[in-house]
Design a protein around this ligand. Structure first.
Ligand SMILES: *Cc1c(COP(=O)(O)O)cnc(C)c1O
Length: 368
């Protein structure tokens, strides 16, 4: 049975947050934080979870664990949100980019090895729009070149690669629990790591690097990236219904794909044979034959009351990085195509099948 619209927040979520409030543990310690970290790590198949304030700060901690020296390089896709690239730049490292694979929009694993140098320290995989990157190929390259693998799994809560959950495949993974992600704590994030040493260091970085023995003696600079017990209580409630959330996102994508499968000029989200896509967003890419850009299409849809969002603009096209002298003259044609021709249409959990069908009909009208 296809479930009908899922609420963003349930009665159970509210009960748990109230319990946290009543307990008096409203700040950055408490049972819900411990539960949230344990349960999310277990869900993803990793031994340690460190809850933080959001997905961007989770990346700052993850990259912090690499101890980059100035000029050290981290390979990542150009087609991503800016968070992973800015974490590397702020830590003194250099993002080294690869293009995307045109069917799944994930980082093109065939371009990674050519980008490895003596300064390469890590591969930072960003799973895009609900679909996993080709992790076996990435892990194999990393093993052969002794590189750390970080997964930015903010967009793939519950997605599977060959039956294993994203965020449980690399050495370190990061999540965002912003309100538009599959699981939300309002604002929030988490870092998952494999070793006790990394977990301790991540906890220290999260909390100003206070020391256990002598609290106000500092060996390195940390951050205040703490999450509250109140937020974690919401997260605990959300994890309990992961199965429904993933099922609903997949059902929404199914309805869209059924309605749109014969529409000429558009590419729909793919699902590789080895993947379970959770369709964090439902993206479409206009072929040049469609005769309009994503921006023009989104303008037409807006007039019909439908909000859309453009795909990411590649890191190599970002003025802020160009001004720093990064990525000069580099071209990534797939990412450039996706940025200009790709957009995503509404697919939130609270949408009904009726609303999805209406959105698909409006889209067809705009393309006709
Ligand atoms: C949302 C997102 C982030 C940032 O998370 P915030 O919680 O908004 O800071 C990082 N990486 C990816 C891939 C994301 O989708």
């Amino acid at each position: 049975m296809i479930p009908v619209a899922e609420p963003l927040v349930t009665e159970r979520d509210i009960e748990l947050v109230n319990e946290a409030l009543k307990s008096g543990w409203i700040s950055s310690a408490g049972k819900f934080l411990d539960l949230f970290e344990e349960r999310w790590a277990a869900y993803c198949g990793m031994p340690h979870g460190i809850a933080v304030s959001n997905g961007s700060t989770a990346l700052d901690v993850a990259v912090g664990l690499l101890d980059l020296q100035p000029g050290d390089e981290v390979i990542m896709p150009t087609f991503t949100i800016i968070s992973p690239a800015q974490s590397v730049v702020r830590a003194g490292g250099i993002p080294v980019l690869v293009d995307s694979e045109p069917r799944t929009w994930q980082m093109d694993v065939n371009q990674i090895e050519a980008k490895i140098s003596s300064r390469t320290r890590a591969i930072l995989v960003v799973h895009i729009y609900g679909h996993p990157a080709d992790m076996d190929a990435i892990l194999d390259i990393a093993r052969r070149h002794n590189l750390t693998v970080i997964e930015d799994a903010a967009e793939v809560h519950g997605a599977e690669y060959k039956g294993r959950r994203c965020g449980g495949l690399g050495d370190i993974s990061t999540f965002s629990f912003y309100a538009n992600k599959l699981v939300t704590t309002g604002e929030g994030g988490m870092v998952l790591v494999r070793t006790t040493e990394m977990a301790e260091r991540a906890r220290s970085l999260r909390n100003l690097c206070f020391q256990k023995k002598q609290r106000f003696l500092h060996d390195e600079l940390g951050y205040n990236f703490r999450l509250t017990n109140l937020q974690a209580a919401l997260g605990v409630g959300q994890i309990e219904r992961m199965e429904q959330i993933v099922a609903r996102k997949r059902a929404i994508a199914n309805v869209y794909s059924e309605c749109l499968k014969d529409v000429p000029g558009i590419q729909l989200p793919a699902e590789a044979l080895w993947a379970q896509n959770v369709y964090w967003v439902y993206g479409i890419v206009l072929s040049y034959e469609a005769g309009l850009t994503a921006l023009q299409l989104s303008e037409r849809l807006r007039k019909l009351g439908i909000e859309t969002r453009q795909f990411f603009l590649g890191m190599h096209e970002q003025p802020v990085f160009q001004r720093m002298g990064l990525f000069g003259g580099e071209r990534y044609p797939v990412a450039e195509h996706l940025a200009r021709q790709g957009l995503y249409i509404p697919s939130g959990l609270t949408m009904t099948d009726q609303q999805i069908a209406e959105t698909a009909t409006a889209l067809k009208e705009c393309l006709a």
